[in-house]
Design a protein. Structure first.
Length: 578
């Protein structure tokens, strides 16, 4: 990832951290406040449930107490009749009781009312008329065993059918003269109770379940979850049913979900804004850095005239100014170095030239001195010695002439007149001059145009030099011609030419000196050591490279690379090329 990407990423992370922290804190405090409200609703619902149950118990207990007295006109009258009639009621008495029992039950707002004599015979039961006359001692046991209100399942006649309902009941026993009446009352605690409780608090619900967990009445279509249970015991103290209350946290879940979505939206928008802002800021910062990179790369490739534009007076501006100063110093240093190198190079060339000139002067001097001595002494072989000496002098003078001519060519090499040159055609043309000379020359030129920008005459001179050198290196000791291979190929930067032979090659320790003026390995054949130096200078001034290494034929291989013009087609891989 680049500097811009890293800058933008960290910018976004720094912006998102406080947003995330604020979102977490907000979510926590909202959840805590709703949990407090949830607990308050639950406590309020519990108080309302206790209050409703207490009210039901106290009301039925009060109703039982008001009926179970000898002063009550109905119950007291029944006791008097039972005592005077020996425990039996006549038909008129029973009819009168039937006619007034409904009004008595409605007047006390009861759902269950039963009057039972001391034998357990049900005398009146307006909630279940079919039970009148039946014997049921459980009512009497309720009155004797439990003075508090209790929960019990009772059958109540509604719409012509008996329906079991859960009631809060109470039983009281009143006696007179050896006779007793058991009064049993009850009030239903079903749908009305749970509806009142469910409406008592926000997000609250209540329901009644029996001992097996079957729902008898519910105040909510969907039960919100686990809640509290208020056990409802029967006359014998065993659990008959339970009132369950619960408060829903659905509102909290909805709020937290909305808060999460809102936070995610804010975070996404903040991320987008910070990313755009980070890109903008990073572009402004890295734009100056890009200029520095361009300047450093210009220095690396030798373009010391390049200057970095200083747009700000900050640290990056100081670096840009320092780079410009460095470029100026490097340019001055390069100029000084170039002058020093030129002086050193010409000094070396002068030394080598003096050495090359000195070599033929010695035999010339010796030949002249020999002729003078033979003449002074009138040597009988003077004429023969004269001919040999003058021949030697002429040969060495010719050698001096070649040295001076080559040096003149090297020193006054004209500036290259570059134009578009088809290197494949040029190589083929030069190689054709060596056909029929006995040289085993193999030519491998890539099809199509190998376009380069070059001076045709100078490149031709380089090719002649390389092929001549390869021919001389490959020549056998018996005078037979060796094998030379010339290859021309397209590359991704231009074109290259390879000339290799099957001669002895060039030792590794001599390769670095091979392109130095007046360095030669062909003293015996009259080499001046300027041919490869001139070739190296021509190729270098064309922006190319020339190097030597071991070839596939066993001898030396010279590789020339030239920058291309409009080169068509993909670059080809050259087998064996380094």
């Amino acid at each position: 990832m680049g500097l811009r990407g890293r800058f933008t990423l960290w910018f976004a992370i720094i912006a998102l951290v406080p947003i995330a922290a604020a979102a977490v804190a907000t979510r926590y405090y909202v959840a805590e406040s709703f949990r407090d409200a949830y607990a308050a609703n639950r406590d309020a619902l519990r108080l309302a449930a206790d209050r409703e149950l207490s009210r039901a118990r106290s009301s039925v207990a009060a109703a039982a107490e008001s009926l179970a007295t000898r002063s009550h006109p109905v119950v007291g009258g029944l006791l008097l009749q039972l005592r005077t009639s020996g425990g039996e009621l006549d038909a008129d008495q029973l009819r009168a009781l039937r006619e007034g029992e409904d009004e008595l039950m409605r007047g006390l707002d009861l759902d269950v009312l039963a009057l039972v004599d001391d034998r357990g015979t049900i005398l009146s039961a307006p909630h279940d008329p079919g039970a009148v006359g039946d014997e049921d001692t459980s009512y009497r046991r309720r009155a004797i065993a439990n003075s508090d209100a209790y929960a019990v399942r009772e059958s109540i006649l509604r719409d012509g059918q008996l329906q079991p309902v859960l009631v809060v009941g109470a039983a009281r026993r009143v006696t007179d003269g050896g006779r007793a009446i058991t009064v049993v009352v009850g009030r239903e605690i079903g749908e009305p109770l749970v509806q009142r409780l469910s409406a008592a608090t926000t997000d609250g619900a209540a329901r009644l379940v029996d001992g097996d967990g079957v729902v008898l009445a519910s105040g909510a279509e969907r039960w919100p979850g686990n809640g509290e249970r208020l056990e409802l015991s029967g006359p014998d103290g065993k659990r008959v049913a339970a009132l369950e209350i619960a408060t829903s946290n659905a509102e909290l879940s909805r709020l937290l979900e909305q808060l999460t979505l809102a936070t995610a939206g804010i975070a996404g928008a903040a991320l987008l804004v910070t990313a755009l802002l980070g890109l903008f800021v990073s572009r402004r910062i890295t734009r100056d850095l890009d200029r520095l990179v361009v300047g450093v790369r210009a220095a690396a490739r030798g373009d010391l005239d390049h200057r970095v534009e200083v747009r700000a007076r900050d640290e990056i501006g100081e670096v840009a100014s320092a780079v410009n100063v460095m470029m100026t110093d490097l340019a001055q240093a390069n100029e000084d170095l170039a002058v020093a190198q030129r002086i050193a190079a010409w000094q070396e060339i002068a030394r080598r030239l003096a050495h090359e000139i000195k070599n033929p002067l010695t035999p010339i001097q010796m030949s002249v001195e020999t002729m003078r001595k033979t003449k002074e002494k009138a040597h009988p072989s003077h004429d023969e010695i004269f001919d040999e000496s003058t021949r030697t002098i002429l040969e060495e003078v010719g050698r001096l002439k070649r040295i001076v001519t080559d040096f003149s060519d090297f020193a006054r090499l004209p500036r290259a007149q570059k134009q578009r040159v088809d290197l494949s055609s040029l190589v083929s043309s030069v190689a054709s001059l060596y056909r029929g000379s006995g040289l085993e020359l193999s030519l491998d030129v890539e099809a199509g145009e190998l376009a380069v920008d070059a001076d045709r005459d100078q490149v031709t001179q380089v090719l002649h030099n390389l092929i001549d050198n390869a021919r001389e290196a490959a020549r056998r000791s018996d005078g037979a011609e060796g094998q030379v291979r010339v290859v021309a190929r397209r590359t991704d930067r231009g074109a290259l030419v390879i000339v290799e032979d099957d001669g002895p090659g060039v030792p590794a320790e001599q390769r670095e000196k091979l392109f130095t003026p007046y360095f030669t390995t062909k003293h015996a054949s009259g080499g001046t050591g300027l041919g490869l130096a001139i070739a190296h200078r021509i190729i270098t001034e064309h922006g190319g490279r020339i190097r030597v290494d071991d070839g596939q034929l066993g001898g030396a291989r010279f590789t020339v690379e030239l920058p291309g013009g409009a080169v068509a087609g993909p670059a080809a891989d050259l087998p064996g090329a380094t």
